[in-house]
Design a protein around this ligand. Structure first.
Ligand code: AKB
Length: 354
């Protein structure tokens, strides 16, 4: 902790003449909350439902407050620690819950994804941007220690390089989801530069997981294919067989998120969002990998409006900046992920829980 001094170089004097610089440079060390109470929004969603479990394992069940909006939480989630329903578009309600639990860190995962966003563009903008600015404002006013916000490969568009897409390149997305993610990255960076809010983000690729189905994304086929292969030995995929997208298995996603949030601030060189990669494969390659376990599995392809979204996104991501800055390194491959997904989902199917 920095000690307050007297005289012209004291933090108090500096604060009077440079309030914003003071908040950024000194306020962090002197005035940020350190209650070690975490709030996670989007807790009933695909990533939130698993991240909350990991955070509770690490920090204690009562120190992680799960927040949902409309979807009913599972019994397991309700039993595992505190849960609140909050409409994040309503700043007062969000503020109330932050105060009630004396929160110092927020993982803000609630969002409308790409495919739903194309059906309801205004909703996507309002939910994604409205909730983000409310969270950033609460973080600024209440001097929270840290905020996590998920960006996405959707920030890229047809004019970005499609292979090994670099950290810094043209960002002209053609979906409303992508537009909200680019604006969100700029907003996060602004809140860091102007007010010193320590907000950190990752450009998630498609996330594959076995616990909660994703809802409304373009990469959802890479999860649905497993469920259908196990239940019906057949899947109709909504993108072409040769569609290649960057993907990541949930254990890598959780690790990347927690690693970035818990790394020393000196290592976090950017506060917009970091590229992170796991693996890249075509829909056909994924089907072929599943066939190794379920030989009579059949996949056919009927591309719909989501094909155009997939075609506007990168096929592979260059995450060398994240590797260099804070040591990011994925562990899961197409082969290890497929084996694990098949094992987990087959077990649930046999128990009649799929
Ligand atoms: C989506 O498909 O919309 C998401 C994403 C890549 O951000 N999974």
């Amino acid at each position: 902790m920095v000690q307050a001094e007297s005289g012209f170089s004291s933090p108090k004097f500096l604060y009077r003449i440079y309030p914003h610089r003071f908040t950024r440079q000194w306020g962090y060390l002197m005035q940020r909350k350190t209650t070690k109470q975490i709030l996670l929004t989007g807790a009933t969603g695909q990533i939130g439902s698993e991240l909350v479990v990991e955070l509770r394992k690490k920090h204690g069940r009562n120190n992680v407050v799960a927040v949902g909006h409309k979807k009913q939480p599972s019994e397991t989630l309700l039993k595992s620690g505190p849960f609140e329903f909050v409409d994040l578009a309503d700043r007062e309600s969000a503020e109330k819950v932050v105060k009630k639990y004396d929160i110092d860190t927020i993982y803000h995962l609630a969002a409308v994804l790409s495919a739903t966003g194309e059906h309801y563009p205004q909703l996507a903008w309002n939910v994604n941007m409205g909730s983000l600015i409310n969270i950033l404002e609460i973080a600024r006013e209440s001097r929270l220690a840290r905020v996590f916000w998920p960006s996405s490969i959707a920030v890229f568009g047809p004019s970005s390089p499609r292979t090994n897409t670099p950290q810094e390149t043209v960002l002209i997305p053609t979906t409303m989801y992508g537009v909200s993610k680019v604006a969100g990255e700029l907003l996060c960076n602004y809140y860091f530069k102007k007010f010193g809010v320590d907000v950190r983000g990752l450009r998630y690729p498609g996330i594959i997981s076995s616990e909660v189905l994703p809802g409304g994304g373009t990469t959802d086929y890479a999860v649905a294919i497993f469920y259908e292969a196990i239940k019906n030995k057949h899947y109709t995929c909504f993108v072409r067989e040769d569609t290649v997208l960057p993907m990541m298995y949930m254990p890598d996603c959780i690790k990347a998120t927690i690693d970035l949030m818990e790394v020393d601030p000196a290592k976090v060189k950017r506060h917009d969002s970091y590229n992170v990669a796991g693996m890249s494969f075509s829909a056909g390659e994924l089907a072929a990998e599943i066939k190794k376990y379920i030989p009579d599995f059949k996949c056919d392809y009927k591309p719909d409006f989501r094909q155009a979204i997939a075609d506007s996104w990168p096929m592979s991501i260059d995450d060398s900046v994240a590797r260099k800055d804070w040591g990011w390194k994925p562990a899961c491959s197409l082969a290890t992920m497929t084996k694990d997904m098949i094992e987990k989902l087959s077990k649930r199917h046999i128990e009649g829980k799929l």
